[in-house]
Design a protein around this ligand. Structure first.
Ligand SMILES: [Zn+2]
Length: 321
């Protein structure tokens, strides 16, 4: 449905298309344990059952999960080989909750993590930033790169300050990786203005200070107000802001480019428009007013509370910038 939307809007005609190749099990082993790769295979053969919290087996699971990994690797390769400045992997299942050995939340293999390791190990890339704007914290990606100084992980996500949990701004990385894990924990129902402020005050400065050769984007569209899973309050205009910011940072740093990997986004009616605005931002097109961009109530208190979160994030990261 997202593909049809992009085609109907003339977006596909502005890009080159490549079929996602299937990755090998060795590719998945760049990140994952043999135990995980093996159990995804076994559960796929069984065709049903639960592999981990919120992750279920189905026939052809292994094959589909390896195609999602392969599509992400291909998008990364296209950018690294300078065939295109930016690439988008329109794949499923998503990946950012999958850790080394544990599937979680519809994620089996961590597509973006495998793609990042692939270009670092096999294409000589030394510095990569991963920007994750899915409504949920990418715990898998964060864990995989937590001690690695060459990979910066930046996540904007909903955070429950009453009950706490993973994705707090004090999780900044460990050992040589200290200062490279950046959590921007937003309150429930965060609006477009909070995302815009987060991009300006935190995302752009930390990217510019890290100076990545490549930016990898975990593009989750579940912060959209009409998403049945996420609880945020943004519309497709916010995803233009992400596309625009990534393009500007790539140009300012003289980086090779960015590759985007689809994560969440569970309302098929708005997924297409959200991907469209991201791509328009990346392509340097102006922000367009799409039908989903309607006026919604925004509480000043919520915006103020998020601004205080940004202060805390910046205070915590100051020694590393
Ligand atoms: Zn999500």
């Amino acid at each position: 449905m997202a593909e049809k939307h992009l085609s109907d809007r003339g977006m596909l005609q502005t890009m080159s298309r490549v079929k996602a190749p299937k990755a090998t099990q060795e590719d998945a082993l760049l990140v994952h344990s043999a135990y995980l790769v093996d159990t995804v295979g076994l559960m796929s053969d069984l065709g049903s059952g639960e592999l981990g919290e919120g992750s279920y087996a189905s026939p052809y699971l292994l094959e589909n999960a390896l195609i999602a990994v392969g599509g992400s690797m291909k998008a990364a390769e296209i950018v690294v080989s300078e065939e295109a400045r930016h690439a988008f992997a329109l794949i499923r299942p998503p990946g950012h909750h999958a850790s080394v050995s544990t599937p979680m939340g519809l994620c089996y293999f961590n597509n973006i993590a495998v793609a990042v390791k692939h270009i670092m190990k096999r294409h000589g890339i030394k510095r990569v930033s991963i920007l994750d704007f899915d409504a949920h914290h990418g715990n898998g990606t964060s864990e995989i790169f937590y001690t690695q100084p060459g990979v910066q992980y930046i996540s904007l996500h909903e955070y429950d300050y009453e009950n706490f949990g993973l994705g707090h701004y004090e999780e900044i990385g460990y050992g040589e990786g200290k200062g490279t894990n950046i959590n921007i924990p937003l309150l429930e129902a965060s609006p477009d203005v909070s995302y815009k402020t987060a991009i300006e005050r935190v995302v752009r400065p930390v990217l510019e200070s890290f100076k990545p050769e490549v930016i990898a984007v975990s593009a989750g569209y579940d912060p959209h107000y009409a998403d049945p899973v996420g609880n945020m309050n943004v519309d497709s205009s916010t995803f233009w802001e992400f596309g625009h910011a990534v393009k500007e940072v790539v140009n300012a740093l003289g980086a090779k480019g960015s590759f985007w990997v689809l994560e969440g986004g569970y309302n098929p009616l708005v997924l297409g428009p959200c991907i469209e605005t991201s791509l328009q931002g990346l392509q340097g097109k102006r922000k367009e007013k799409l039908d989903d961009q309607v006026i919604r109530e925004v509480e000043d208190e919520l915006v103020d509370a998020n601004n205080q979160v940004f202060d805390k994030v910046l205070e915590t990261l100051a020694p590393f910038m």
